[in-house]
Design a protein. Structure first.
Lengths: 223, 226
């Protein structure tokens, strides 16, 4: 069975951005899981100051595409170019339950070359933008699922990367947090970052610059 | 160096906060020890292998538990070697603490020819156990499979005759050799042979674990940063 998806025709392109620097360029991405071809020649180009959404039905390969872009998974064919640094936010988990959020800032900040104070300051600022005030020494395992996911978002953006890859990052968010999350995305776009969001929330697609629709051919609908 | 130390510090904190699991793991050597308390040699051997099991199991759980976060840390700038060395340092520190506690328990409760060799055997056991657990954690799909493998290794170590050449392929052969020296005297066991074996096994385990981690966290060929 070949439910080939995500060909270049699946991309809805924002206009008037060709003069901006390309931050993410994925070409001809092919990925199979055993005999099932999930991605078949997918292209995605995102420039600085752009937000791209990857949409599609369950199992369409949205997370697979994002992991390939992050270098966490190898495609069977295709290549990816990233200009600058990248941050990746997984769909869930990705944190250490017996550490506090501040300790996560410190640990991830070290990887980004930040000292403890700077990592803590940036982490708290990003958390504040998601309406999350960090208080006390609460272990991550004792946080709600939504707050844990906010921590993942904060950690992905901690080093101020040029490219942010966010895999359905708002799972467990309440409505207010969801709105705050998109405000953060738009502020990153204004700051010249390239942002790719895997989403199934189609109501946000009118506010992104590009849409990569990975829905299988028969059911594909463009924005 | 900062990255290794920070990784070690956070791993150690995470480990020490899992008090229930740590408590249960620490009881294992004590149960082994008390079960053979009246037979000095056996009591010390069982307790020391129990320490090996406890430290290896802690390393195994730590390694499996870190699988989701390590790719993200690598993306944030950590090198695979820094992540591996940080985790190893943390487990060696924890293992040393456990070895010291059991050295005190054994030396207070038993009369041995060479107390120093008993302490050395416990420390060497922790040295071998940490990378053994990390290796198991790196190659098994889940911690359950790793725990079963570890039980098999410790069980084999307890029943196989250490005088056989084939026994030397087991990771804790050094423990039994040094303890034989400590309890029965130089005529029956060799401290140097035990130490050499431990160093060789540790280097082998560390190399294997480091290689598996480097492969798992490698930069994929399709991705190019400019």
């Amino acid at each position: 069975m070949d439910d080939s998806v995500g060909s270049p025709q699946g991309v809805v392109d924002g206009a008037g951005s060709v003069d901006r620097r390309v931050v993410l360029e994925a070409r001809g991405i092919v990925k199979r899981y055993k005999r099932r071809r999930v991605l078949n020649g997918v292209d995605l180009v995102v420039r600085e100051g752009e937000v791209a959404a990857i949409v599609g039905s369950n199992g369409a390969g949205k997370s697979t595409m994002l992991k390939i872009c992050a270098g966490l998974l190898s495609p069977d064919k295709g290549r990816v170019m990233v200009a600058g640094s990248l941050g990746y936010c997984p769909q869930n988990a990705g944190v250490m339950g017996f550490l506090t959020p501040e300790e996560h800032f410190s640990l991830f900040g070290t990887g980004r070359g930040l000292n403890f104070e700077e990592a803590d300051r940036r982490g708290r600022k990003l958390a504040g933008e998601l309406d999350w005030e960090i208080s006390g020494k609460v272990l991550v395992k004792d946080l709600s699922g939504g707050v844990r996911q906010k921590l993942n978002v904060v950690l992905s953006a901690l080093g101020d990367p040029d490219l942010l890859l966010l895999d359905e990052p708002y799972q467990g968010f309440d409505h207010g947090s969801y709105v705050d999350f998109w405000r953060s995305v738009w502020s990153w776009r204004e700051a010249g970052k390239a942002v790719v969001v895997v989403t199934h929330m189609l109501n946000q697609l009118d506010q992104v610059d590009r849409v990569l629709d990975l829905t299988p051919e028969k059911g594909r609908r463009h924005q | 160096m900062t990255a290794v130390v920070r990784m070690a510090g956070m791993t150690l904190r995470e480990l020490l906060r899992r008090r229930a699991v740590l408590g249960l793991l620490l009881v294992v050597p004590l149960v082994f020890y008390l079960g053979r308390y009246e037979e000095t040699g056996q009591a010390i051997r069982f307790a020391t292998l129990g320490v090996g099991f406890a430290v290896s199991a802690a390393a195994l759980f730590s390694s499996v538990g870190g699988r989701e976060i390590e790719p993200l840390l690598a993306l944030s700038g950590f090198r695979p070697l820094q992540l591996f060395l940080g985790r190893l340092l943390a487990l060696l520190a924890a293992g040393t603490g456990v070895a010291v506690v059991y050295a005190v328990i054994i030396l207070v409760g038993q009369d041995v020819r060479s107390p120093r060799a008993v302490v050395a055997a416990l420390l060497i056991t922790a040295l071998v156990a940490a990378p053994l657990g990390l290796l198991l954690g790196a190659v098994v799909p889940r911690d359950m499979e790793g725990a079963l493998l570890l039980i098999s290794v410790i069980g084999a170590q307890m029943v196989v005759d250490p005088a056989k050449d084939s026994a030397k392929v087991l990771p804790f052969w050094s423990t039994r050799e040094i303890l034989t020296y400590a309890v029965d005297g130089p005529g029956d066991g060799s401290f140097a042979a035990g130490t050499t074996h431990a160093v060789g096994v540790t280097v082998l385990l560390m190399s294997a674990t480091g290689s598996v981690m480097a492969f798992r966290l490698r930069r994929r060929r399709h991705l190019r940063f400019v």
